[in-house]
Design a protein. Structure first.
Length: 115
């Protein structure tokens, strides 16, 4: 099993920054990608950013140029640096660790951006 834990959410004013952290533990030997998703009230969960074990990244168009996903020194740790935050970025942010055929989700962390 794999346990995924997010941290770093909070309340910030528009234009501000936050850094989310995610750590996967347990049977992580075959994790080949990690990603951040978000879900706003009344909306579907959407991909924000992802990173493979090889370092390839991808971003939703809505966050390109503002958010950066990166890997930590510890294996299976990822960060999401969020700059120039907008009220529409308000959502619960989830981290997911993936191996072939299986996804492991965290509990989520709330990000609220006030206007």
């Amino acid at each position: 099993q794999v346990r995924v834990v997010e941290s770093g959410g909070g309340l910030v004013q528009a234009g501000g920054s936050l850094r989310l952290s995610c750590a996967a533990s347990g049977s992580v030997f075959s994790i080949n990608a990690m990603a951040w998703y978000r879900q706003a009230p009344g909306k579907q969960r959407e991909l924000v950013a992802g990173i493979t074990s090889g370092g390839t990244t991808n971003y939703a168009d809505s966050v390109k140029g503002r958010f950066t996903i990166s890997r930590g020194n510890a294996k299976n740790t990822v960060y999401l640096q969020m700059n120039s935050l907008k009220p529409e970025d308000t959502a619960v942010y989830y981290c997911v660790a993936s191996r072939t055929g299986l996804d492991y989700w965290g509990q989520g962390t709330q990000v609220t951006v006030s206007s």
